[in-house]
Design a protein around this ligand. Structure first.
Ligand SMILES: [Fe+2]
Length: 605
């Protein structure tokens, strides 16, 4: 779609929305991104897919405007494609072996996708397709009198525009893949001198996202949430089922595409824990929730990951044959959260560089929708004139005064306050002394990773700390790995990676001689999910890493998200309460320091 010549008004506010799956809102002023927020951070419902009322309100607050001042709303989905999706759903029923069972689940699916707003089992489904037809009404009822225009953008285009804006490469391949957009689940494109050309489109229900989620459910993890757990389990096993999967479940086609056998693997049945008997005969019974994973289950996780990676490489090899001169790859979509698979691409040397945004999943499409809106004016695929779109630090910035108010509201004592230099020195020493630190500093992150604004931090030289954090603090499975943050300049000295990884979404090998030095962040297969930190992106966190490096010779910290079985903390209140209920030794919040003594005194009150 080409809209014609665009005169950018730098004072015009545009709101971007993702309203289902991983709901989020963002606000632009002209071409500057002012704020972007995921709904789950505010509602505290993990993966909240409801209409992003709270994110919209906080974006407006940060921009210091009302909804009446917003000129346009850009939405990450084209609702009128509803009939295409309905046709695909009906086709799936007619082709289903278990016709009646499938009708039941498909009815549920249609209901939840198009009509329901109250799904508590799968909060990702709280949003509804139907909402998209009534955005003006919804905004009027809940937020204020929005008078501007609403623009609906193609879902995969919004994935690709946001991802492309991270680098502004003039020539690149782009792969966006997820559970499914309006009708597409995978889109391969090529950017040739800032002209975007579609190479291949794979339609739902063929979906690598659904393939991966299906087996997440099969392995007893909660679908749409536990995918990263299956990925974490995979290196512990052997991919003995990979050939069976590629022969009967995920069939790779000569034209670079794939076929997902939904007769054997009914995604919607799996949401209810129902699995095909033929499949059970083929690969063994599913894991029951709460049971320890058996060797067979661990091998299945390994096999699913291996098959997923093979399908991904199959598509990329096909595209690379068509455009051998292109040496850069831009990844996006929920499947791009698979950091192990991203590392496999990098290690294949098919591309010199790969790039992903901090929020490759649907939340990022709120930003992508605004970029796609601008792109549609002239069809020039160049986002270099946009400001702040590369930053993951897009939430509210709580001042020390607001943090002090939170202590008052919670009726706890006001802890001691240090200046920036003393704060860094004190925190670094606590980490050297093997304390676990809860770190709250600056604007909160956009995307699923804690990137040094809301993090639990620890000394990576201490291998025991991994079990301590998993078991006593995060209360999660012991096999789950932890990631390292490292100052950008030293990244290549510890990890086999020749590019930056500022959003912690690429896995790289830990150098052989460093594995024993930083065991707490070295995964069983010798890799780590690297987060390279530049001074420009986050000065306080960079300085902390640097100071820790000066004290130990290792400018690396174990960095995991500041949360316990809930979304990452957002506000000072979230942070203080989580700290009080945790086994963490120290909370650094703004310029305040809450130590164990402070914690014990206030818990005793
Ligand atoms: Fe998506």
């Amino acid at each position: 779609m080409k809209l014609g010549k665009l005169n950018v008004d730098n004072n015009k506010y545009i709101l971007g929305l993702s309203t289902m799956g991983a709901s989020a809102a963002c606000i632009f002023k002209g071409k500057e991104l002012i704020a972007a927020i995921e709904e789950e951070r505010i509602t505290r419902i993990k993966n909240d897919g409801g209409f992003p009322f709270e994110s919209i309100k906080q974006c407006l607050e940060i921009a210091d405007i009302t909804i009446e001042e917003v000129s346009a709303v850009c939405v990450y989905w084209r609702p009128y494609q509803i009939f295409t999706r309905l046709t695909a759903v009906l086709k799936k029923i007619l082709l289903s072996v278990k016709f009646l069972t499938s009708i039941r689940f498909t009815f549920y699916r249609i209901y939840s996708l198009f009509l329901s707003n109250t799904n508590n089992v799968y909060p990702e489904d709280r949003g509804s397709w139907l909402d998209l037809f009534f955005i003006k009404k919804i905004l009027k009822k809940e937020i204020g009198n929005f008078q501007g225009n609403i623009f609906f953008l193609d879902h995969h285009l919004t994935h690709q525009t946001y991802a492309a804006a991270m680098q502004n490469w003039k020539n690149s391949l782009l792969l966006s893949y997820d559970g499914g957009g309006e009708s597409n689940s995978t889109v391969l494109s090529v950017n040739l001198n800032n002209k975007l050309v579609n190479l291949k489109t794979i339609k739902w229900p063929n979906s690598l996202g659904h393939f991966y989620s299906f087996f997440t459910g099969y392995l007893g993890f909660r679908m749409l949430e536990g995918e990263y757990k299956m990925m974490g389990l995979a290196p512990h096993g052997k991919p003995i089922f990979k050939d069976i999967i590629l022969d009967q479940i995920l069939i790779l086609k000569k034209d670079g595409s794939y076929y997902f056998n939904t007769k054997l693997c009914d995604y919607h049945g799996a949401l209810f824990g129902n699995f095909n008997k033929k499949l059970i005969k083929l690969i063994g019974p599913p894991r029951q929730k709460g049971d320890d994973p058996s060797e067979k289950h661990i091998n299945l996780a390994s096999s699913v990951q291996a098959a997923f990676e093979e399908a991904q490489m199959h598509m990329l090899n096909w595209a690379k044959l068509k455009y051998p001169q292109i040496d850069k790859l831009v990844l996006s979509g929920g499947c791009a959260l698979n950091v192990s698979a991203n590392g496999k691409i990098l290690n294949s040397h098919l591309f010199d560089k790969i790039s992903l945004p901090p929020a490759p999943h649907d939340a990022g499409c709120s930003i992508g929708a605004v970029l796609a809106y601008y792109y549609n004016f002239d069809n020039i695929f160049d986002f270099s004139s946009f400001k702040n779109v590369k930053s993951p630090y897009l939430g509210y910035n709580y001042s020390n005064d607001e943090i002090k108010q939170a202590f008052d509201q919670l009726e706890v004592s006001i802890p001691k306050k240090l200046n920036d230099v003393d704060l860094i020195n004190f925190t670094a020493q606590c980490l050297v002394d093997k304390n676990i630190v809860a770190w709250f500093n600056g604007r909160y992150e956009f995307g699923p990773r804690a990137l040094g604004s809301r993090s639990f931090l620890a000394d990576p030289r201490n291998d025991n700390i991994r079990d301590e954090i998993n078991d006593k603090i995060k209360k999660r499975e012991l096999f789950r790995p932890f990631a390292p943050s490292v100052i950008k300049e030293e990244c290549h000295n510890f990890f086999d990676i020749k590019q930056e990884s500022p959003y912690m979404n690429i896995v790289a090998n830990v150098h052989e001689d460093k594995k024993k030095i930083i065991p707490a962040i070295t995964h069983i297969d010798g890799t780590a999910r690297v987060h390279s930190v530049s001074f420009e992106s986050n000065p306080m966190y960079y300085n902390l890493l640097k100071k820790f490096g000066e004290e130990t010779g290792i400018p690396v910290l174990l960095n995991t998200s500041f949360n316990i079985q809930e979304p990452i903390v957002r506000s000072p209140t979230d942070a203080i309460q989580t700290f009080l209920n945790s086994g963490v030794d120290l909370l650094v919040i703004g310029n305040y320091i809450c130590d164990i003594k402070w914690k014990n005194e206030n818990l005793a009150k």
